[in-house]
Design a protein around this ligand. Sequence first.
Ligand SMILES: Cc1cc2nc3c(=O)[nH]c(=O)nc-3n(C[C@H](O)[C@H](O)[C@H](O)COP(=O)(O)O)c2cc1C
Length: 278
Amino acid sequence: MSDSQENSDSKEPATKNKDSLANILTVALGVCFVCAVVVAGSAVSLKPTIKANKELDRNKNILIAAGLFKQGETQESEIDGLFEQFTVRVVDLQNKTFLTEDQIAEANLDISKYDQRKAAKIPGMSMELSNEQDIASISRRANYSVAYLLEKDGEVERIVLPVHGYGLWSTLYGFLALQGDGNTVAGITFYEQKETAGLGGEVDNPSWKNLWVGKEIYQDGAVALKVIKGAVDKSAPDAKYQVDGLAGATLTSKGVENLIAYWMGDEGFGPLLSDFKS
Ligand SMILES: Cc1cc2nc3c(=O)[nH]c(=O)nc-3n(C[C@H](O)[C@H](O)[C@H](O)COP(=O)(O)O)c2cc1C
């Protein structure tokens, strides 16, 4: 290589180093920014759809509990129409009464937006339970609950009530539907729980839930329904107050028994239901 050629090469401007720290940081920050915008945009735009789907699922579970939605027979598109048959009432859990329209307005409650689960976490909208009261292990309960009544010819045919309580690993959220007598079980569903699939998770198994239909909650005014270990002896006098326990999931079964005892008892809907019984 001649001297003159060597000199001309050394005078060329140095090429930009693509692996420089500044380049890497610029690309990384750019990718992060784009991803953040996509994720945040999706979260915001999907929020109404997620909310609507949650509401649809809740309504479907209310219908399943009441026996109005038959898996495999009823179409999802029928949910809204079927749900419209219910009268939605607000229950004052302090005084164990249904609120009138005026009382609902006075309490500043918007039923369509009221979220009992959220309310239970807010001190001004809920009360802390003492150890003695807290048989369902829920720590606090909201001041108001919502009840769904199905009426025909002026008679209440179904009362669907939200229930929840702790199992082994999680809080189980569901609905218990009673017949118009406020005592006989019309159905039960659990729409949210994190028990072990195949063990405690069987609370959501239709075969197990079917065992509840026709059982009775109260005997001589007190909650008598138990989820027993093993199978119910159908000839036993107490059979109508007993449901088979879940195999290998005694603790979840006990949790379900406890949540029924709490919500159907004096601290829950018990006093309100005694009006239906009478
Ligand atoms: C991995 C694993 C998951 C379990 N999940 C549950 C459950 O969801 N609900 C439950 O009651 N018991 C569950 N158990 C069993 C309990 O630990 C406990 O042994 C059982 O409730 C005792 O009841 P049994 O007499 O029906 O076996 C699980 C056990 C293991 C090892």
